[in-house]
Design a binder for this molecule. Structure first.
Ligand SMILES: C[S@@+](CC[C@H](N)C(=O)[O-])C[C@H]1O[C@@H](n2cnc3c(N)ncnc32)[C@H](O)[C@@H]1O
Length: 572
């Protein structure tokens, strides 16, 4: 695929093939050959992250075939047999038909252990997986993981040209980026956080029309229960860009949702009080409620704190939080899931919190027996998605990721971490591809990254709790907000007594609820830096525009003053 027009012609065919392969996987979930075929299809469609996910599942299934003691051994072996009846799967071109037929015959005679020919097939298949993983992860910008898989492949076939080329490529990037000589390179210093496409995948049938009357009616019914004086409306917002300084590209707008007062609200009045079970904390031994992530009340004689009656160590603020945990806890009760992503390395803290949020969403989906993207806490929230067409680029080893790819991605957070969570929940990760495929994790991450709030530990200042409040997060940002918020178990939003510009608080009917995503005490540049992650670009609210203009003018004046002083001293 090397030109835009070929891409346009091929995409519908490739999407059709992807659909067929996915349906086949739903019917025959332990078939690593189909996973490898779908990995190729995802690569050709320009989704290297999804290709890496498929190659990794194929690798896990190859291990299942290899080891008789593994849980899905017989099913994976059976799937391989049925794919190899008298022919070589095209995805394994380096094998000869004769070898496969001989091997399969030996297999049917139950002669597995002695059969080195089977090992040869599995080694060749593993090599394909390693090639795909290392190329795909490289394209996503995950150099360290790519290198690791490259070495594992070379462990099987040391002279493999494809992997040797990639190994050298990564080492030369490392030499350049880390300014090191070859023998000084420590692969652990390589970047492992990449970016991938953030979009509503063409096959995603779960995303609602966020602007339809049906969606607005649903959201407003939900909102009524927690915020009686405002409603969700469709609005136009400026399209933001990550452009430094004043004069970011302005004029363009885009359609989104926002919260609006539907009656006058007086200063100090509570506007919204929302509970969410979509919370997570990263402290292994901390006294936080498992349900709302609020600090547990004291454990004295009159304590309201209750534990889960069926598992140790899961504590709740009170009976209500215990009752609410019925939405997710059954899927993880007594499942040894508590240590995942807890007490992370400081560098990994944000990723660990997002992984924990994902784990909570998966537990909710499993408990309620719904598709994760159909959870009402998730379905309607903003994902900051770009159109697929804006993300689509021809891919190849020499094509760098285009700048529009905006979803943070790593092998650990997006591929192995979620699968580990599912395994801990006793979910068969192969038979559940319809609900727990990588594109579903990515879609959830996109939504969480656009809407989650975090709370820091007061002792060390590190983020320790994250949550998505699906109604609160409908309010847009302004650096001169008319509301204030606090999250301590419940998310509470109230009307400010006084605005930043000194005017008195109060919101009139029809006015927008203007929230704040950053510390509004900061200077304009710092506010913009802080909020750009959740805004998707440079804040262009009236206060930011005015203050940035003032700073620029003051900067010019200061510069002129400096020049004049220098000139005067030279003249003097
Ligand atoms: C938490 S959501 C807010 C609700 C969102 N508008 C919706 O439709 O659900 C955050 C997103 O809203 C948009 N947004 C919020 N405040 C904005 C502002 N002041 N200017 C431009 N976009 C804003 C950005 O696209 C941001 O990524």
């Amino acid at each position: 695929m090397d030109s835009g027009s070929e891409l346009e012609v091929e995409t519908p065919q490739l999407l059709g093939r992807r659909q067929i392969l996915t349906e086949f996987l739903e019917e025959s979930p332990y078939d690593f050959i189909t996973y490898l075929e779908r990995a190729t299809c995802h690569s050709e469609l320009g989704y290297p992250d999804l290709a890496a996910g498929d190659a990794y599942r194929a690798l896990l299934l190859i291990d299942e075939v290899r080891d008789e003691g593994f849980e899905y051994h017989y099913r994976a072996l059976e799937a391989l047999e049925s794919r190899c009846e008298g022919r070589v799967p095209a995805i394994l071109p380096e094998l000869r038909a004769g070898d496969i037929t001989k091997t399969m015959k030996a297999l049917s005679l139950n002669n597995i252990a002695q059969d080195s020919a089977l090992s040869e097939i599995l080694d060749r298949a593993s090599l394909q997986c390693y090639r795909c993983l290392s190329t795909s992860l490289l394209l996503c910008g995950c150099l360290k993981s790519s290198y690791g898989f490259c070495l594992r492949g070379l462990g099987i076939v040391p002279e493999d040209e494809d992997l040797l080329f990639k190994k050298e490529h990564i080492r030369s990037v490392a030499r350049r980026k880390l300014s090191l000589k070859d023998d000084e390179i420590d692969i652990n210093d390589l970047k492992d956080q990449g970016l991938v496409r953030r979009e509503i995948y063409p096959w995603n049938e779960h995303e609602p029309d966020r602007f339809s009357q049906e969606t607005l009616d649903f959201l407003n019914t939900e909102l009524r229960a927690v915020a009686s004086k405002c409603e969700v409306r469709v609005t136009e917002l400026p399209t933001l860009y990550e452009v430094n300084g004043i004069g970011a590209i302005v004029g363009a707008t885009n359609k989104q949702l926002g919260l609006f007062a539907d009656t006058d609200i007086t200063s100090g009045e509570t506007i919204l009080d929302e509970y969410s079970a979509l919370t997570a904390n990263n402290r292994l031994k901390e006294s936080l409620c498992d349900s709302c992530s609020g600090v547990l009340p004291p454990l004295d004689a009159n304590t309201t704190v209750v534990g889960c009656p069926d598992c140790d160590d899961t504590m709740f603020c009170n009976e209500l939080c215990l009752e609410r945990s019925a939405d997710y806890h059954p899927a993880v009760c007594d499942k040894d899931i508590d240590t995942i992503a807890k007490d992370p390395d400081p560098k990994e803290t944000p990723n660990a919190l997002y992984l924990l949020l994902l784990a909570r969403a998966l537990a909710m989906a499993e408990t309620k027996e719904v598709h994760p993207l159909e959870l009402k806490e998730v379905k309607y929230i903003w994902g900051d998605f770009l159109p697929s067409a804006a993300n689509a680029v021809p891919v190849g080893p020499d094509t760098p990721s285009p700048p529009v790819w905006t979803l943070p991605f790593s092998f650990a957070s997006n591929i192995s971490g979620p699968l580990h969570v599912l395994e801990k929940m006793d979910i068969d990760i192969f038979a559940s591809v319809e609900r727990y495929d990588l594109w579903i994790f990515n879609s959830l991450y996109a939504k969480f990254r656009g809407t989650a709030s975090a709370r820091v530990n007061l002792r060390d200042g590190r983020p320790e709790v994250a949550a998505v409040h699906p109604l609160w997060c409908l309010a847009n940002h302004d650096c001169n907000p008319n509301v204030q918020w606090e999250w301590a178990g419940q998310m509470r939003l109230w009307c400010r007594e006084k605005r930043c510009d000194g005017t008195k608080g109060g919101i009139k009917e029809g006015q927008e609820i203007l929230n704040h995503y950053c510390d509004i005490e900061l200077k304009v540049q710092d506010r913009r830096e802080w909020a750009k992650g959740s805004l998707g670009g440079w804040c262009m609210c009236e206060r930011c525009k005015r203050e940035a203009q003032e700073e620029a003018t003051n900067g010019i004046h200061a510069e002129e003053h400096k020049r004049e002083t220098i000139k005067a001293s030279l003249d003097g």
